[in-house]
Ligand binder design. Sequence first.
Ligand code: UD1
Length: 432
Amino acid sequence: MTKYIVEGGNPLFGEVHISGAKNAAVAIIPAALMVNGVCRIENIPQISDVTLLLSILQDMGAKIRFLNKNTVEIDCSSAHNARVPYDSARRCRASYYLIGALLGRFGLADVALPGGCDFGGTRPIDQHLKGFNALGAQVEVQSGFINARAGETGRLKGANIFLDKVSVGATINIMLAAALAEGSTVIENVAKEPHIVDVANFLNSMGANIRGAGTDIIKIRGVEQLHGGTYSIIPDQIEAGTYMAAVAACGGQIKVCNIIPKHMDCITAKLLEMGVEVEEIEDNLLVRRIGPLMKTNIKTMPYPGFPTDMQPQLAAALCLAHGTSIITESVWSSRFRYTDEFKRMGAQIQVDGNLAIIEGVEHLSGAQIEACDLRAGAAMIIAALAAYGTSEITGVQYIERGYESVIEKFRKLGGNITSVEVPDEDEALSAG
Ligand code: UD1
């Protein structure tokens, strides 16, 4: 088992280079399954979700070759269809994109129901299935698997689909399936996150015909097949926001490099309210916190609103702000499990349904804490770096699902954080 040991209390200084967007990469890799040719994907983050999805593609006959740490070539010309077993699907939420990709390419998909971060409530995929049905697929959920079949021709048919709920996953999944369908598809009430635009751009650069990504309506003219090409993934909005939140909590000044500042507006706006200075310099942001942190209220919303995936990291900083802050979580029914760990560090937080009320304290103190999901894990690092004393963070496998070189990046900023291997407690117990 890996643990992170953090000695807190130091401000952060220096530069951090932001990696490719996790949530784009985990959709673009399944999308590569639909391509007859070699996709060269640049700026791919080295994270465990990417490794897992590449290995699933490899099991389907894809040829995978890394040209360097962040550039991969995926050749799915001779890939074949295969069931995606529970053991793979449960480890990564984005495995659900394999349904859209397999349906588009082969006209059938058998994929175990996805796993991924558990926010303490259900994570339905009814809108994905509704979209596949509208495109002419028969979809059944049986023995933990989603079995989807296109009609007699083996090809989906374009349709008009209105999503009942703004969903990132459903928007991308339906877009994947419709890219190779016969005829035109219109999807309304779609999500507009930057990575949705990125997936559409990837597909278009491989020969798809998708218009409107980033607006409320996406129009797709199905094409016969996709061809190979080269594509570079956008920088990760949430990774960048995580380092910005860390400076808010710890103080100091850092340059967040290789980002798209526009994608950061919803996060920058909150940091400014909290008394953090943010200056845009080309594709970098200079983030500085010298004075005290001020309270603010946050309501999570689909893009361009404040992202739910940044909520725990900002909460870590708000634990140390002057005054009372209120966070309203409106995307997930519940996403505050991490607050119990913050309380162990001395934070004053009350959770009531989808509200967290945070009374700022003078300081947090180091403690043994456990990451319960990816972004909660990032928030634990921030809280531990800002706290006085030593913290031990377990559950770091969640963090490594989505943050490339997180230890190295924080250490470069002056954070005192190390990764240590310790015997697995269960193993130690049974051995004892
Ligand atoms: C994606 C992100 C996740 C982020 C979330 C919201 C990936 C791999 N994960 O998750 O990190 O927190 O967007 O920005 O990109 N819903 C339904 N029915 C559906 C689908 C969703 O009711 O079929 C609901 C969900 O319960 C939730 C809301 O819609 O309340 C948003 O979910 P969605 O945008 O689909 O999240 P994911 O794609 O799972």
